[in-house]
Each structure stands twice: as structure tokens, then as C-alpha cells.
Design a protein around this ligand. Structure first.
Ligand code: PEP
Length: 242
């Protein structure tokens, strides 16, 4: 399982130290990975302070170009030098505010894989698509357009229904199970594929989500900013493994 905290454009350097301090009592389970995704300038410090605790570090986004005149973008080379294990690609906020398309996501994922960074590709339907009962078809087309062609392992898909992100509303558990099944079926050729759920995961709903046997973890926004909640969610995932 993977419990990933997407800090988005929140928290500061001092919060990395606070996070480290509350980790002292935590025993990480080797079947449940914890990863955090702070803002770019904090990645070095996060790596330095947290790697002793076996917490993985990831970037929230990356460029689809290797290097060059792309002011403000961050290359996969730098993300790799810092020691990130993961990079989120195509988060709905990047799709919405930075025009990241499926084509962009495929290209960026290819670059990440070439540097041995595991892409966490985000997919998810809008409320309109859900209401039209077109979710499965939509997710399949996103998967086909975003996932690199020759990939055989090292991929995480985050199923994040757009209407569930930051709203406090989640799909029925059966719906999460069904969409994860669709994704796993579509990508059955990928070894060790993990499909994680994201969208309003919290302390109350996490254990029911982790009970679903095709959920391999969670991408957590708001609840990852409250460290006690984030650790409680982590512990709930560990309980599920035992
Ligand atoms: C996200 O943005 O990836 C996310 C899952 O956010 P939240 O947990 O706040 O819904």
C-alpha cells in the first residue's frame, strides 16, 4: 500500500520539522509506504530530514521537457537528483490551471520512468460525466492516452473523481471498487501496478476504503496537512494489512 500526502501549495519549512518530530513514535510497516509531496523548494529538506524515517519524497508535478528555455518549470533530472521516488502527473489542478493534457502526461511519465521515478498518474471523471454514467468509458480513455506505451512495471494510478477532491464527498465504496477494477483490468499487463484512491479521504472514511481489496493506498490532500490525521490514516492502512 502507498499512503501519499499531497501538500499542494501549503505548509512551510518549519512544518517539515514538525512532521519529523511527530514521527518519532511511529513504526512504519514495511508493507505500507508513506510518501509526502511538499512544494518544490522544500524537497531537499524533506529528503534530508525524513529519509532516516523511511518516508519517501515525491514531487507534485514536472516538466514534459528534459531541459531548456522553460521558465518556471522543473525538470525530472532535478527531481531525480533530489532523490524523489515518485512524481504526481496530471493532477486535476494541473490539468485545470496549467493545461496539462493527456499527451503531456504521457510524455512526462516517459521521462520520469527514464530516470527511475515512479509516476503517479491521476485520472478521474467530472460530476457531469458521472451523472451521464460514462465514468468507466472516460477513465479507460484517460488511461489509454496517459499511460506510456512500453511500460511494464513501476506505475501508480490515482483514481481521483474531480467532484470528490476537497469537497468532503466520496463515491460509494462499491463505485470505488468498480472503477479500480476497470483500471486494473485495462492495465493488467503492468507488473506491481498500484491503484490508489484520492478525493476527501479522511480519518472517518479511510478504513472502509482500505478494506476494498483492489485499493492499494490513497492520495490525500486536506487530511495530509493535519499530521495527526495523516498518521491515523496511515495506521488504518497498516491495520488492513495485518
Ligand atoms: C487531491 O487533491 O489529490 C486530494 C485528494 O485532495 P483532498 O484529499 O483534499 O480531497
Amino acid at each position: 500500500m502507498l499512503i501519499a500526502g499531497n501538500w499542494k501549495m501549503n505548509l512551510k519549512y518549519e512544518d517539515i520539522l514538525k512532521f519529523k518530530d511527530i514521527l518519532t513514535d511511529l513504526k512504519l510497516d514495511n508493507q505500507v509506504e508513506m510518501a509526502i509531496f511538499p512544494q518544490f523548494p522544500l524537497l531537499y529538506s524533506a529528503k534530508e530530514y525524513l529519509s532516516n524515517y523511511n518516508i519517501e519524497i515525491g514531487a507534485q508535478a514536472c516538466s514534459s521537457e528534459l531541459k531548456g528555455a522553460f521558465t518556471g518549470d522543473v525538470s525530472v533530472e532535478i527531481i531525480s537528483d533530489i532523490g524523489c521516488k515518485y512524481c504526481i502527473v496530471g493532477h486535476s489542478e494541473r490539468r485545470m490551471f496549467h493545461n496539462e493534457t493527456n499527451g503531456f502526461i504521457k510524455k512526462a511519465s516517459n521521462l520520469l520512468l527514464s530516470k527511475n521515478i515512479i509516476p503517479i498518474i491521476c485520472v478521474g471523471e467530472s460530476e457531469e460525466i458521472k451523472n451521464k454514467k460514462n465514468t468507466n468509458q472516460f477513465i479507460i480513455s484517460q488511461i489509454n492516452e496517459c499511460v506510456p506505451d512500453n511500460i511494464s512495471s513501476n506505475l501508480v494510478i490515482a483514481y481521483e473523481p474531480l467532484w470528490a477532491i476537497g469537497t468532503g464527498v466520496i463515491p460509494d465504496y462499491e463505485e470505488i471498487f468498480n472503477v479500480h477494477a476497470v483500471i486494473m483490468n485495462e492495465l493488467s499487463y503492468i507488473e506491481n501496478l498500484r491503484v490508489i484512491y484520492g478525493g476527501s479521504v479522511n480519518v472517518e472514511n479511510c478504513s472502509k476504503i482500505f478494506e476494498l481489496n483492489n485499493v492499494h493506498g490513497a492520495l490525500i490532500g486536506g487530511s495530509s496537512l493535519k499530521f495527526k490525521d495523516f498518521l491515523a490514516i496511515y495506521k488504518s492502512a497498516v491495520k488492513q494489512i495485518i
